[in-house]
Every structure is written in structure tokens, then in C-alpha cells.
Design a protein around this ligand. Structure first.
Ligand SMILES: [Zn+2]
Length: 135
């Protein structure tokens, strides 16, 4: 079997991180040594999957709080907008804004979100638009 990886929220600094599965992983952000047994975590089979989960969890945290009523969070709505562009190579920002508006997302929020995703390497700006790197 290949190596396993965990995704967990560091109780010390509150950031999500991915690490190789071990008894005592340490948080890559603050260096805290953690006890894997008492830590709520996801265990996954690839680093890529782990990194994706970390991105999603961090995004949920910085975006909107999860709504316990089962409503879609802003982040989830926006993700569905992005997924609808899966087939296109480059997407113009105005197309994204138009679609996002239909699901009730404000322009300011979307623009901030795009900035955030650019910083996280989830999208790159191209002439006249953006391309999502993880689709
Ligand atoms: Zn930490």
C-alpha cells in the first residue's frame, strides 16, 4: 500500500494542514507536535487529495461559516459556478460575475474570492480572464 496522509485542523494555530500519517504529526504552520489519536482528521490516500481538502476547508473558513440548515454556503455555490466552466479553457471575469449573480453571490465577494484563489494558486490570470488550475 502507498503512504497515507491526514488532513486535520491544528488545535494550536487553528489552520488546516496536510501531513503524512504518523503517530505524532507536527503542524507545518506553527510546528506544534500533535497526537494523531486524539485529533479529528480525514485520512486519504494521496497528497493531492489531502491538499485539495485543505484548500476547501480553509476556503470555507475564510469564506462563510457553514450553514447548519443544509443551505449551500457561498463557497459551495461559487464552486458550482466554477465547475460549470470546467470545459472552457479561459473564463472571462464578467462571465463568472454574471453566473455568480444568478446564484446570489455579490460582485465584491466574488472578486475578493478570485484574489484569494489566485494567492492560493487555484487560478491564474490570463489576458481578459482567468483559468482555474485545479479543474
Ligand atoms: Zn499549528
Amino acid at each position: 500500500m502507498g503512504r497515507k496522509f491526514i488532513v486535520a485542523e491544528c488545535p494550536s494555530c487553528g489552520q488546516y494542514f496536510a501531513a503524512a500519517l504518523s503517530k505524532e504529526p507536527s503542524c507545518p504552520r506553527c510546528g506544534e507536535k500533535l497526537n494523531s489519536n486524539g485529533l479529528p482528521k480525514n485520512i486519504v490516500g494521496s497528497w493531492k487529495t489531502a491538499a485539495k481538502i485543505v484548500q476547501r476547508k480553509q476556503a470555507e473558513k475564510t469564506g462563510e461559516n457553514y450553514n447548519p440548515m443544509g443551505m449551500y454556503t457561498k463557497t459551495e455555490k461559487f464552486e458550482s459556478v466554477i465547475q460549470s466552466f470546467r470545459e472552457s479553457k479561459g473564463v472571462s471575469v464578467s462571465d463568472i460575475l454574471k453566473k455568480a449573480e444568478k446564484v446570489g453571490l455579490g460582485q465584491d465577494w466574488v472578486l475578493k474570492r478570485l484574489d484569494y484563489m489566485e494567492r492560493e494558486g487555484m487560478l491564474v490570470r490570463r489576458r481578459g480572464g482567468v483559468e482555474f488550475t485545479y479543474l
